[in-house]
Ligand binder design. Structure first.
Ligand SMILES: [Zn+2]
Length: 273
């Protein structure tokens, strides 16, 4: 349901402003991909009546992997990275100013991650839902991994490269990703990419305020009940109630795209369902 909410909100927002809605499969960690999961995800979107614009981008594609490498090389060349051999345990609780690897510019002879060295500066952006958001890169965010010890590129690097590659202008996603945004804005600036606008939608929580697990709602995403599931999801997003409930998927989409108003979510960080 969390994924459906994010899909629905971003789709309505894109269609309301006559934009395109692009699908990207973030399969950066092939061993952890459940076989067939992305195909079944795409089929579910189709059954729910989402219409994809453009070609679906897979981050596992060779051309994308090459693009991440090229970008990483550029960041290495410009002195924005360092090599880190520390274990997760060593890093836990370590004060960033005492992290000696931050000055390590030669390639170590044991396994290392390649990390972005962040400066002591604030990043501020105006989120279209959450308002003004400021974090200090050094003290609040810390450095971020660009390439893991096992050679896999990190989400932060790949997302920034692909947002630019796909000419993304508007990002609508769950607020659980808002903490990543300062790193992405900083990377965009280092790479001279356009800054997209951000809208972070609330997450769904239970009565105890805990984020809902994927399992808790998995059973609700049944393509045979697409229309009622979509109506439920739309109502969760605090939109103007339907005067008459739509009878078909077509009616649903026509109606919601006409009435969608992202500002109904203003300053809301979680919605209890
Ligand atoms: Zn280290």
């Amino acid at each position: 349901m969390g994924s459906l909410i994010a899909a629905l909100a971003s789709y309505c927002e894109a269609k309301t402003i006559n934009g395109q809605w692009l699908l990207r499969i973030e399969d950066l960690d092939p061993p952890r991909e459940v076989h067939g999961a992305s195909q079944s995800f795409i089929e579910t979107l189709d059954a729910f009546g989402f219409q994809l614009d453009g070609k679906t981008l897979y981050q596992s594609e060779k051309a994308r992997q090459q693009a991440y490498q090229k970008t990483l090389n550029q960041l290495i060349k410009n002195g924005h990275i360092y090599y880190c051999c520390c274990s997760r345990n060593q890093l836990k609780g370590m004060d960033i100013n005492e992290h000696k690897c931050r000055n390590q510019n030669t390639i170590p002879n044991k396994p290392y991650s390649i990390n972005l060295r962040v400066p002591n500066s604030d990043i501020t952006f105006i989120d279209r839902i959450q308002g003004s958001y400021t974090k200090n890169l050094l003290n609040d965010c810390g450095d971020c991994v660009l390439q893991r010890k096992d050679g896999l590129f990190s989400y932060q690097l790949a997302v920034v490269v692909d947002d630019s590659f796909q000419n993304i202008t508007d990002i609508v996603r769950g607020i659980d990703l808002i903490d990543s945004t300062p790193w992405q804005i900083y990377l965009n600036s280092l790479l001279n990419y356009q800054q997209p606008s951000y809208a972070h939608i609330p997450i769904l929580v239970n009565e105890m305020g805990q984020k809902l697990s994927k399992q808790a709602f998995a059973k609700e995403i049944n393509p045979e009940k697409a229309l009622e599931t979509l109506i439920h999801a739309y109502n969760i997003l605090l939109q103007k109630p339907f005067i008459e409930p739509p009878q078909t998927l077509n009616e649903f989409w026509n109606d919601v795209i006409m009435h969608w108003n992202i500002n109904k979510l203003d300053n809301i960080q979680s919605i209890q369902v």
